[in-house]
Design a protein around this ligand. Structure first.
Ligand SMILES: Nc1ncnc2c1ncn2[C@@H]1O[C@H](COP(=O)(O)OP(=O)(O)OP(=O)(O)O)[C@@H](O)[C@H]1O
Length: 294
């Protein structure tokens, strides 16, 4: 059964000549328990897509459905892991996670809450750093806190917007494994936005390419039928993996090249009214005021 769906969704920004149609005719149906990776080009509209699923933004046309009902805003049923950790600098690791837990489980007893928070901090291997502040943590550790925070809210769906792209290869690899382990153990549904095909193959059940924008849309889904648990060094030797990777890469290269050929080289200029040289703001000049001229 589909847990979250996008039906004929389009999204644009701006008005008039500056209007950019970012996403067009997006159809996506994510099944309960599924791990879907959306692989897209830079600037194609990946974050817009996650924001639509989360309810931070709304489509111009089409529908975003959660359990068959229209999404009206963010909710505790969807936990988001952003690219830029978004931690509160004045709170410790423990309290950053607690803030989210307080919001979602207001009636939980303080003992139970403390146990719950520590469980998720432990799950991302941060127990020794529980009382540290974000500035005392490495980028990878901060991202772990944001993973723990999203998971501690116990959402049905994990929405991840390039959560690991800023990390070094080693940290990235270990967090990929951790996220997949927790997803399978806690039986979540996951949507991962990434620009890394290998990351998608390692983590997801399906990879769906997002074509380059403007009017980016979803391409055909590639089923990743490689047995779990997947180990990157082992699957690197796997012929099926190599074939799958080539197919996805070929598709992305082809849509990228086609987009370049057909791209209309019009430049959209901002909607400005010409102003004659002189004072920018009319009014009486005070002695101390500096007058700005073009
Ligand atoms: N709130 C907004 N107002 C105006 N334009 C926006 C807004 N949000 C995004 N855009 C534009 O929409 C396009 C897609 O942006 P989006 O952030 O969704 O893409 P992305 O694929 O996540 O980008 P990146 O790969 O750089 O992270 C970009 O051209 C961006 O400038």
């Amino acid at each position: 059964m589909a847990i979250i769906e996008l039906k004929n969704v389009s999204k644009s920004y701006g008005t008039g000549a500056a209007r950019v149609e970012v996403l067009a005719d997006i159809n996506l149906s994510v099944q309960e328990g599924e791990f879907v990776a959306i692989v897209g080009f830079s600037g194609s509209g990946k974050t817009s897509l996650i924001n639509l699923l989360n309810g931070l933004q709304f489509p111009d046309s089409g529908e975003v459905l959660l359990h068959g009902l229209p999404v009206t805003g963010p909710g505790p049923d969807r936990g988001v892991i952003f690219q830029n950790y978004s931690l509160l600098p004045w709170l410790s690791v423990y309290n950053n996670v607690k803030l989210a837990v307080d919001e979602v489980f207001p009636k939980m007893s303080s003992n139970e809450k403390s146990h719950h928070i520590k469980k998720y901090i432990g799950m991302v291997n941060l127990t020794p750093a529980m009382d540290k502040f974000p500035k005392e943590l490495s980028g990878g550790m901060r991202q772990r806190v944001s993973v723990a925070r999203a998971l501690a809210m116990n959402p049905e769906i994990l929405l991840m917007d390039e959560p690991l792209s800023a990390l070094d290869a080693l940290t990235r690899g270990s967090l990929q494994e951790e996220i997949v382990r927790i997803w399978s153990h806690d039986q979540k549904t996951a949507v991962l936005i990434t620009n890394d095909v290998d990351e998608g193959i390692l983590m997801a059940d399906r990879i769906i390419p997002l074509t380059p924008g403007p009017k980016a849309t979803l391409g055909p889904a590639f089923a990743i039928d490689i047995e779990r648990p997947r180990d990157l060094s082992a699957i690197n030797q796997n012929d099926h993996y190599k074939k799958l990777r080539n197919e996805i890469m070929e598709y992305l290269i082809e849509v990228g090249a086609n987009r370049k050929k057909s791209h209309d080289q019009r430049y959209i200029l901002p909607d400005l009214k010409p102003v004659m040289p002189g004072r920018v703001f009319p009014g009486i000049k005070r002695k101390s005021e500096k007058v700005k001229y073009f």
